[in-house]
Design a protein around this ligand. Structure first.
Ligand code: FES
Length: 210
């Protein structure tokens, strides 16, 4: 029986040699700290775009020239509907309106808060309107206005609450999206609804069926 010659096997090994003298070039990368800072800024911008009303963006765009046209394009689809009269509103007495359509899910509360609010109209910037269904799982908020704290909630289903002075920002419990704010305009004594900030619960598009 022939012996295997290990010496010959080593002779035919064609594995390319790695030159350990020259380190491979590293791909450009950013540090974890840089990533966090960058991510934070981008996240903040994204959050702002959801929170701020078109009027605010329009005001900013005069300086930056960036965001105004996009917001205009989005709100231009909404109908302009008269939803109330300023003189008829009483502080902390919500009035039910429907916007942008007449469907039950588009029920909203028009409220004079008695203190300035982001997106508020009127001489005291305290008149706002919000969709009346929780953004978590659609819990009814129609009877959940808390006049003392100017919040909508707690939702009867899982206790979410929304700050009506800050664009309906969620302040507790399960919801992860702000309460959709109805964008209002004042002409004389007449209040008009002209858009919606945020997606109404259960709607892939707020204007579905309108
Ligand atoms: S449906 Fe309102 S908190 Fe869950």
């Amino acid at each position: 029986m022939d012996k295997i010659d290990n010496t010959k096997k080593q002779d035919v090994d064609t594995t390319p040699e790695i030159d350990t003298q020259e380190a491979p070039q590293e791909a450009p990368c950013i540090s974890r700290r840089q990533l966090l800072i960058t991510g934070g800024k981008m996240g903040g911008l994204a959050a702002m775009s959801m929170l701020l009303p078109p009027q605010v963006w329009a005001g900013k765009s005069k300086r930056s020239g960036m965001v105004s046209s996009a917001v205009t394009a989005r709100t231009a689809r909404y109908p302009r509907i008269k939803v109330g009269r300023l003189s008829a509103l009483k502080q902390d007495k919500p009035v039910i309106i429907r916007y942008p359509g007449k469907a039950d899910g588009q029920k909203a509360l028009l409220i004079k808060l008695g203190e300035p609010a982001l997106g508020g109209i009127g001489p005291d910037r305290d008149v706002v309107a919000f969709n009346a269904f929780c953004t978590h799982q659609g819990g009814p908020l129609e009877d959940q206005y808390d006049a003392k704290n100017k919040i909508m909630g707690p939702c009867e289903f899982h206790l979410s609450s929304f700050d009506l002075t800050r664009h309906g920002m969620m302040v507790s419990a399960s919801a992860v999206q702000n309460l959709p704010q109805i964008v209002l305009e004042l002409k004389g004594n007449d209040i008009y609804a002209v858009g919606v900030l945020g997606l109404i619960y259960g709607y892939p598009d707020n204007l579905l069926g309108v």
